[in-house]
Ligand binder design. Sequence first.
Ligand code: NAD
Length: 265
Amino acid sequence: MSTIQRFSGQLALITGASGDIGLAVAKRLASEGADLVLLGTNGDKLEKAKRDVAVSERHVSTVICDVSDYDNVEAVIAHIEKNIGPISLLFNNAGYQGVFAPIHKYPPEDFKRVIKINLLGAFYLIRAVSPYMVQRKFGRIVNTTSMAGLQGPPNMGGYGASKFGVVGLTQVSARDLAPYNVRVNGVAPGLMGPGFMWDRQVELQSKVGSQYFSSDPEEVKKQMIGIIPMRRLGDIEEIPGVVSFLMSEDASYITGVTLPIAGGR
Ligand code: NAD
């Protein structure tokens, strides 16, 4: 883990902070000097994440917030800005994978839920945080999209559509906020594991009964890994350094891009 203190004096807000990727990025940014606000929906999990981050001398706060509720998001951001500190860095990362079903059977209610959390949630965070960044003429935002937002996997209609949306949101936000020294980029993890999302998608893809995947989960694993040029899953630990890079001044001339972290494409 890096010991460069390049985010010293900066406050990073991380959504989905008690999840695998959010927590790994939280640890990395804290190790590089950032103070943190961990945002999630479950107080116990957030407290555990706070203990796990545990970098001495870093200030770590937790806030409970449903990213799919704009009033909640706006109030929480106002609270952070007033009582904790100015948000310089936003890792816009909360997400929900949705059900697995072909589009002609996809449950409309679940599609709506996925869009609300992944796309509206990402917009709500940018909408609520960016006015403060614009006013201060400084901000670094990284959105977590997915390879599903660049290639469109089968049986993941809600998820794929929402993540394509986040790629577009990243480009538009980057253009709108460029005049104010606010950079907006994205990361697109591919198949990361081990972890909850990998296990869940292997199991659910095997149950869908499509032409793309076997009904045997072990075979599904081989099929999925077989289409990755590097022929292996990504490790969650291969994500934080990329997020940190995009937030840092090493990426000072980069905005509006979504970087795949996917073993090739
Ligand atoms: P995870 O399930 O461990 O974490 C997701 C987090 O989002 C959880 O902490 C959850 O509580 C939070 N969340 C969900 N709905 C929320 C809501 N309404 N309000 C606030 N928080 C909410 O999964 P992860 O692997 O850490 O995923 C993080 C991000 O990375 C997600 O956006 C996901 O789509 C994306 N992603 C993950 C993978 C992967 O393989 N793990 C691959 C590509 C993209």
